[in-house]
Design a protein around this ligand. Structure first.
Ligand SMILES: NC(=O)c1ccc[n+]([C@@H]2O[C@H](COP(=O)([O-])OP(=O)(O)OC[C@H]3O[C@@H](n4cnc5c(N)ncnc54)[C@H](OP(=O)(O)O)[C@@H]3O)[C@@H](O)[C@H]2O)c1
Length: 273
């Protein structure tokens, strides 16, 4: 990533987070990064904040860079692809984060490009994102290191086959919402049993963080970790019985399945099918 010239086209919430990640220690040099936005003011603000070149000219940015990150909303993407086409030669690495847009659509618009489709999630904003990526039919395997470097600077990166991208969208793309709901619900529960909202929130957040950290560090199966906190006749097994009766696991599976189906529907719309 260090020696490549990278352009992020459409540097909003997600694009800005990726830029910040790239510019961190040992990442890209500010002189090797450019960003575009729709409005001049946003571009100026980004340039001031990150010390990079930022403007509103997608064609100029695309012609200068050797790696393009497409970070505009999916509905804007066809317009951007048409705009930059004259500046994208065969072999150019083009990374898209636009939800639901298949690599085939980008490959058709930019013939010969090495297209990689990604699905990051919102915690890239705090360097704890979970990103899945897949290669288009004409993508160059040598580009994988660059793709990983960009997304690992803001979390983790996992390669999947493209047919699984809707499942990724339903699971980790949509995932922060499930966890926010869970946090809010547990916090409400704390208030119900007599804690102040502030204390309940603080306890829940640290518990979620601690449990995730423990699962990541020990690499134990969640069922084993659950067994570790479930003593005979204790509070955990009593709570678990109640949760099983309410069907928490089936609720989660239903939600992820519904989000995956919705992602498939939106993808069909985006590719005009
Ligand atoms: N948010 C998520 O959780 C998430 C997760 C996975 C994937 N994604 C994908 O990430 C992409 C970006 O989402 P976001 O939440 O970052 O959106 P966002 O904050 O609205 O950012 C979009 C950016 O595109 C810029 N833009 C619009 N038209 C443009 C044009 N013609 N030329 C150059 N720039 C243009 C906007 O500029 P202005 O600021 O000047 O308006 C804005 O900075 C989407 O494709 C989305 O599907 C998002």
């Amino acid at each position: 990533m260090k020696d490549r010239r990278i352009a992020v086209l459409g540097a909003g919430n997600m694009g800005r987070a990726l830029l910040r990640g790239m510019l961190k220690a040992n990442g890209a040099k500010p002189a090797n990064v450019v960003a575009t936005t729709r409005s001049r003011e946003r571009a100026d603000a980004l340039a001031r904040e990150l010390g990079i070149d930022a403007h509103t000219d997608n064609l100029k940015a695309a012609a200068w860079a050797d790696v393009l990150v497409l970070a505009v909303k999916p509905q804007i993407l066809p317009q951007i692809l048409a705009e930059i086409r004259p500046a994208v030669p065969a072999g150019r690495l083009v990374i898209s984060i636009a939800a639901g847009v298949p690599t085939s659509v980008i490959e058709e618009a930019l013939p010969g490009a090495s297209v990689v489709r990604t699905m990051p999630n919102l915690p890239v904003l705090v360097d704890a994102g979970a990103t899945a990526y897949c290669f288009g039919a004409g993508a160059d395997p040598k580009d994988e290191a660059t793709v990983r470097a960009i997304f690992e600077a803001v979390g983790t990166a996992h390669k999947v086959d493209e047919y699984l991208m809707d499942a990724v969208t339903g699971l980790s793309g949509t995932g922060p919402m499930y966890v926010f709901q869970f946090i809010e619900g547990l916090s409400d529960a704390g208030v119900k049993v007599g804690l102040s909202r502030d204390v309940a929130n603080a306890l829940v957040l640290q518990t979620v963080l601690g449990a995730a950290k423990m699962a990541m560090q020990t690499r134990e199966h969640p069922a084993q970790l659950k067994d570790r906190v479930t003593s005979p006749g204790g509070t955990a097994i009593t709570a678990l019985h109640s949760m099983e009766r309410s069907g928490l696991r089936a609720t989660l599976i239903d939600a992820v399945e519904a989000a995956t189906k919705r992602s498939e529907e939106l993808g069909k719309k985006a590719s005009g099918k």
